[in-house]
Ligand binder design. Sequence first.
Ligand code: GLC
Length: 479
Amino acid sequence: MKVLHVSAECYPAAKAGGLGDVAGALPKYLNQAGIDTAVIMPKYRQKWILQQPWEHVYSGMVRMAGVQVPFYIHRNIGEDLGFELLSVDVPGLFDREGIYVDAQTSYGYADEIERYLVFQQAVLQFVQQLPGFVDVLHCHDHHTGLIPFMVKHCPEYRNLAHIPTVFTIHNGMYHGAFSWSKAYLLPWYDANTSGLLEWGNTINPLACGIKCCWQLTTVSPGYLMELLQSANGLEWLIRNEMGKATGIINGIDTDVWNPESDPLISFRMNEDINEFKRANKYILMQRFNVRQDLPLITFIGRLVNEKGADLIPDAIAKFLYDGGRASFVVLGTGDPALKNTFLKMKDQFVSFFDTSIEYNEALSHQLYAGSDYLMMPSRVEPCGLNQLYAFRYGTIPIVRTTGGLADTVIDVSSGNGTGLRFDDFSMDALVGGFKRAALLYERKELLWELREKIIHLDYSWAKSAQKYVDIYNKITLKN
Ligand code: GLC
């Protein structure tokens, strides 16, 4: 069986967040489970992509608003990723450094709609050239949400209608919705089916993917339940489609995230976990101006409200002014106002707070290795991978009870806990998390025991990949 994953991100080619990690790891584990899996993504002007050798495999044109837009499909013949990686080169639309936002201005691209419309159709045209090449099309998030519709209801692609589609929601906040006044950009479709494109008087690719896919998945069981209550307006739709929906918790790539062999960290793990933490923390102190004798609480991720990044500045201020004792480091980029706030905090809380405003994969590994705690005060967290990386590196997660965080982190108060949890989305609740972290840091026996336990938790992809295999088997049998 051949499965083609269609994704806007795929690590190590291009990653903005967890979608990239999943698209770069799940295919490898599916191959290991006997499913022939490939990934197709846009060809951005990014470092890894530019360094790799690519082989040209197909050229085509997408008609959009009366104009023919040329595209080229390339196959990676460089680094062996454990799966076949294809890219869609669309000159003028994707040959940019940023994935979703302009790297200079931090604003989203104005031609987002055109970009994904061309990408999705380029993928389908390519698949059409290779009859029998694909048994399942697995689409991820709104950028690829129109594919399940196009194969069924656009005459140009209808010869692919027999191919089962899986649609995975990694993030239900973003719908990719656009006005009906832009409908002229779409390929021809059967007018009777326009209701499938629509949600709330707009063309809504996320809703469309949910309606038209053969099987729907979310990246944790808890998140699927939450979407029934709160899905940015799609609650009713999710309720209607529950019959074909499954929540599957993400795994992590244990080759990339392996403290015993990670090339991005200075001190690798051997028998002594506490020595591993101590040595890596010491290295971090050469870069960040914070006190080493205090527990180090870190945030790694996009500086956006969804991740609760807006709670962090005041929570840190309150904790420190209340006499709390901890060091804090923030690594990430995102909202311009938040970036400024964090930069100002460096001067206000000298030797207690430091930050690096950037996306930096290598530094993130070093922070997992050297931090004592990782905070994730997310408003919503469909799965969350950072808490799983933290476990692997002996870093205790401090998380809000939501989505995949609730599915993966058990509070220490229960006796068999794996981290610290708080329920309310509020500054005080986060401060409460910091206070408990500082207390636990003083109780060294408990701290060491917990580190020892979380390092051995198994969140590898092997188990979860099998759940996708079961879905593929089910839908291909229906053919
Ligand atoms: C999105 C979600 C995150 C999830 C990731 C991978 O980034 O916000 O929670 O882990 O996708 O599925």
